[in-house]
Ligand binder design. Structure first.
Ligand code: 26W
Length: 808
């Protein structure tokens, strides 16, 4: 308390009586930060002193969510802080609302990185996260006439108490220019080398964030890079007297870390994005070599000290960068350097969609990073020679496997580069890893079967159960003690309690209180009115055609249609609230149309006085980590309905199951493993399997056939086509309808009937609250496997072979 007041007075420069909520928030954040500081320094010194093998998680995205609650929890200060503030008349919950979450990621991949660094700290693994400190994170979503409008995310505006800038540790990063061969040394010692003369440079300033382990005295570091203009550069121009040009140059440099690209799954091939990727990776490698290794360290031993984990292809340019450092700067010969480079990297693939695999046009890469392009060519030449040697002169195979694509333009396939270089390549769920081996990277898996492995994703139980669901956490702890927070397998001990009527009753009480919290949030935040007495049916994730929000919507429209026609009896229908949360990439036209359609359908249904008693749609704008934390614990039903073979893993699916929602889902991604663990009786499976979907596609899929044969599907689509949800205008949603009827790349129509049947089973099950809550409790008890702590153990065993210090 004394600490808090001191922060308020001396750092915030205000007094209790006049402090704003933001002042109060900042003061508390600084107090907690102060408390964690000595542990942070100790952890860092300990790593430096013992020089263990560690992990550097390279990721263009870290979707952290709010920091305060997590820091208080990790430091075990929540109760003390709550009481102390209460005695000053301050409501800690209100103060926590002042924090703007750092939205430095798009979705699953960025949130996964955040879960992983939490687990690494909690497990005492020597690890550092490296990424970009975007000045603007993921855009804020607004709806105007039901259509998505993007606004910039000024997350730094009110100050960011969790970061520590270290301009004195700036790193210089070079771009452009040209390369030349030269002879180094004389006579017998002479060797041919390459010199890169860059065209321009920028500085990277590191910002450190604490990553506190859960009550274990460990605090790891997340280091995010911010771009600055070089001093020399602008000084020179200033001296020429061109002030405006100097300022322009500065802006140009600082643009690199200005904004997170909101594209998810469809890389745009933009130059600035490649600049971002090389920028953060070059800073991170330099930083690791110069600052985390002792002076004079022999880089030939680098693989003994570090594994650089590549979070998708975004940081893959690190591979030629390390090779360049070893060959051009350290003077190692190519083969020795390549052997070292290969042993330092591992690659995680997060997708199955061919269009999500990044490629960089040779023209662009060569202009921005001429030396790296040469290195990539050499890597490719050596690699293709290896392929020819082991597989004979199969030119088709060579062309398929080449790091360089020739069509539609010459381009570097980053996934191939990563696969060739990495010690290990992993997918993010069993099915996904299998499909990587069998399809996406099949040629590589044939050549190097031992390179491929799986690590099923996980989520941190600290944020997504302990913090987000205090009610359920209390109930669990009362039953089995609090060891589950760092050992989630112990949730198994709850299994017998699923048969205890009293435990189930209390579980329902918790769920119902969580719904009340959500109702309150949606009313306050969005002015949305929902009934906590209804089944809460939730689909939250990025808007993408493969995730099939339209399938959910067709179900809703069918319910509406049947209720209206009297085919379904209002009095005998299980009341539901269908909640959507989804951002669309700003350039993804179809996704934005689907958002508009959801909102328009919602407006019509919610305005119907009769039907809205049993069916409502809620689509709060700007779904983010903060909303997820209130929404997920309140959910009854979790929608995981991607076309089988398209969702690499999903991680929302895990969060819902762990919070006692039942899943209606396809046999896709980690759904497969969830269903295996919870059992078929507690999971609503529907839809084509991956091999079935592949066979349908092979045989020539005709969506219109389903339309013609299925009357209720026809009625639902016709309602949209006739303008029922667009004030009679038939043109508004014509693109959505004709896409479904004409192409339907993700087989929404093929799975429609199966989905409807599954939803009937859902409804029947929900009518028996006691049986439903039994299933819900079993979902919690049986999904401890999905802790990101377990994911980290798998990475340690299968990929990193790093050591653990202390830790839980
Ligand atoms: C713009 C280029 C680009 C390409 C791909 C940006 C982002 C991506 C990612 C691979 C998209 C992504 O977030 N993938 C998701 O990763 C999650 C964590 O592993 C999985 O759970 C999701 O299934 C997968 O879609």
């Amino acid at each position: 308390m004394r600490e808090y007041l001191r922060e308020l007075n001396f750092t915030q420069g205000t007094v209790l009586q006049r402090a704003s909520t933001n002042d109060e928030y900042l003061a508390l954040a600084r107090t907690v930060r102060h408390y964690l500081m000595s542990r942070w320094m100790e952890t860092t010194t300990e790593y430096y002193r013992t020089q263990p093998k560690g992990v550097a998680y390279l990721s263009a995205e870290f979707l952290l969510g709010r920091q305060l609650g997590n820091a208080l929890l990790a430091a075990d200060l929540t109760d003390i802080a709550t009481e102390a503030l209460a005695s000053l008349g301050i409501d800690i919950a209100e103060l926590a609302e002042a924090e703007v979450e750092p939205g430095l990621g798009n979705g699953g991949l960025g949130r996964l990185a955040a879960c992983f660094i939490d687990s690494l700290a909690t497990m005492g693994v020597p690890a550092i996260g490296y990424g970009i400190r975007y000045e603007y994170g993921i855009f804020r979503q607004n709806f105007v006439d039901g259509r998505q409008v993007e606004e910039p995310d000024h997350w730094l505006d009110n100050g960011s108490p969790w970061e520590f800038a270290h301009p004195e540790h700036e790193v210089t990063v070079s771009f452009g220019g040209s390369t030349e061969r030269y002879t180094d040394g004389e006579g017998d010692d002479a060797v041919e080398r390459t010199r890169w003369t860059p065209g321009w440079q920028v500085l990277g300033v590191p910002y450190n964030y604490m990553v506190p382990g859960y009550r274990n005295q460990q605090v790891n570091t997340l280091r995010l890079w911010s771009a600055r203009a070089t001093h020399a550069f602008d000084l020179k121009i200033f001296n020429y007297g061109d002030y405006a040009e100097a300022v322009r140059a500065q802006t140009f440099a600082e643009n690199i870390s200005k904004v997170l690209y909101p594209e998810d799954s469809t890389p745009q091939g933009k130059e600035l994005r490649l600049q971002q990727q090389y920028f953060f990776v070059a800073c991170s490698l330099r930083d690791f070599i110069d600052r985390l290794l002792p002076g004079g360290f022999d880089l030939r031993r680098l693989p003994e000290r570090i594994c650089f984990q590549l979070n998708d292809t975004h940081p893959v340019i690190a591979i030629p960068e390390l090779q360049r450092i070893l060959v051009d700067e350290e003077g190692l010969d190519w083969d020795e350097a390549w052997d070292i480079t290969r042993r330092c990297f591992a690659y995680t693939c997060h997708t199955l969609l061919p269009e999500a695999l990044e490629v960089w046009p040779v023209e662009l890469l060569g202009r921005l990073l001429p030396r790296h392009l040469e290195i990539i060519y050499r890597i490719n030449d050596d690699f293709l020679a290896e392929v020819r040697e082991s597989r004979g002169d199969d030119e088709l195979l060579v062309r398929r496997m080449s790091i360089i694509a020739e069509h539609p333009q010459r381009a570097v396939r980053m996934a191939h580069l990563a696969t060739v270089a990495a010690t290990k390549v992993n997918g993010v769920a069993e099915l996904h890893s299998q499909l990587l081996r069998d399809k996406v990277l099949a040629d590589f898996a044939t050549l190097w079967p031992e390179k491929f492995t799986n690590v099923t994703n996980g989520v941190t139980p600290r944020r997504f159960v302990r913090l987000a669901n205090p009610g359920l956490s209390g109930l669990i702890t009362e039953a089995i003690g609090d060891g589950w927070v760092t050992d989630l397998d112990r949730l198994r001990e709850l299994e017998p309690l699923a048969d205890d009527p009293e435990f189930r009753r209390r579980f329902r009480e918790v769920k119902s209180a969580n719904k009340d919290r959500l109702v309150e949030l949606l009313a306050r935040r969005d002015g949305i009115d929902i009934d906590p007495g209804t089944m809460l049916d939730v689909m939250v994730k990025r808007l993408h055609e493969y995730k099939r929000q339209t399938l959910k919507l067709l179900h809703v429209i069918t319910l509406y249609d049947r209720l209206r026609s009297g085919e379904l009896d209002l009095a005998d229908t299980v009341p539901r609230t269908v909640v959507f949360g989804a951002k669309a990439a700003p350039g993804y036209v179809m996704a934005k149309e689907i958002i508009a359609l959801i909102n328009h359908v919602g407006a019509v249904i919610n305005a119907d006085p009769e039907i809205s008693r049993v069916l409502r749609i809620a689509f709060p704008a700007n779904y983010d980590v903060t909303v997820a934390e209130t929404l997920i614990p309140a959910a009854d039903l979790s929608e995981q309905i991607s076309l089988a073979g398209k969702e690499a893993s999903g991680t929302g699916n895990m969060k819902f199951a762990l919070n006692g929602a039942l899943t209606v889902g396809t046999d896709d991604g980690a759904n497969v493993e969830i269903r295996q663990l919870v059992g078929d009786d507690h999971f609503f499976l529907f839809g084509l399997t991956e091999p079935e979907a592949a066979a349908v596609a092979e045989g020539g899929y005709r969506p219109s056939a389903y339309y013609e044969e299925n009357a209720s599907l026809r009625r639902a689509l016709d309602l949209v086509a006739r303008g029922e949800f667009s004030g009679g205008d038939r043109s508004t949603f014509e693109p959505v309808v004709s896409n479904l009827l004409g192409e339907d790349r993700f087989m929404v129509l093929a799975d429609y009937q199966s989905y409807l049947d599954a939803q009937e089973r859902v409804e029947a099950a929900y009518r028996d609250p006691d049986a439903w809550s039994r299933s819900a409790v079993l979902n919690v008890a049986r999904t401890g496997f999905f802790s990101s702590d377990r994911s980290m153990r798998d990475y340690l065993d299968r990929i990193w072979h790093a050591e653990r210090l202390g830790g839980a």
